[in-house]
Design a protein around this ligand. Structure first.
Ligand code: IMP
Ligand code: MG
Length: 208
């Protein structure tokens, strides 16, 4: 499946070319993926998914908290396709919460909270090592879903990867710590629309 590759030497865009909340101005290095580009890519992922689902009912499972913006935007695009074409896919939603991160480090523990009807389409923020998704997939398989497809907006290019790849990928990104569009650093930066690189000062400032 095709995706957009953001190279390691991507310069991005200067912060002051975009609208960024004043309270984060000192914390970010540059904008790596502007909000508009996220939306354009998400629109296309929606089209690919609807094409591949061939009329099957979708239970869309959102992986909170990081996946919530992507999930909502992706579903909006799927809904738009459903109401504007001859072919449509019935859609229901569910939510699950996973937590594995402290500061900018992945911990070995993946905590799962919630989610009662687990199946088909899983919407996620970012895959780094793949450990979070592998844990969730093994949980999902216990519910014997007909089919499970994973959509992740981002996949990180990192030597720490387990080799796990989602079925649909928005962007492949360099091995830096990214925030914005719901990606957080200790719960901060979810209220930022663009995906940005966090600077070293901010890692210290928001450390727990
Ligand atoms: P994995 O289990 O190593 O694949 O980690 C995936 C999870 O780690 C994601 O759901 C995020 O919560 C978090 N994560 C990984 N990389 C980043 C990042 O660059 N920024 C923010 N969160 C991240
Ligand atoms: Mg997080």
């Amino acid at each position: 499946m095709a995706y957009i590759q953001i190279p390691d030497d991507e310069k991005g865009y200067k912060l002051d070319l975009f609208c960024v909340p004043k309270h984060y101005e000192e914390d970010l290095d540059q904008v790596i993926i502007p909000h508009g580009l996220i939306m354009d890519r998400t629109e296309r992922l929606a089209r690919d998914i609807v094409r591949d689902m061939g009329g099957h009912h979708i239970v869309a499972l959102c992986v909170l908290k990081g996946g919530y913006t992507f999930f909502a935007d992706l579903l909006d695009y799927i809904k738009a396709l459903n109401q504007n074409s001859d072919k449509s896919v019935p859609l229901t939603v569910d939510f699950i919460r996973l937590k594995s991160y402290c500061n900018d480090q992945s911990t070995n523990i993946v905590k799962v909270i919630g989610g009662d009807e687990l199946s088909t389409l899983t919407g996620k923020d970012i895959v780094e090592t793949g450990r979070t998704m592998e844990t969730l997939l093994s949980l999902l398989s216990e519910c014997n879903p007909k089919m499970v497809k994973v959509v992740s907006l981002l996949v990180k290019r990192t030597p720490r990867s387990s080799g796990y790849r989602p079925d649909y990928i928005g962007f492949e990104v360099p091995d830096s710590f990214l925030v914005g569009y719901a990606l957080d650093y200790n719960e901060y930066f979810r209220d930022l629309s663009h995906i940005c690189i966090l600077n070293e000062n901010a890692k210290e400032k928001y450390k727990v």
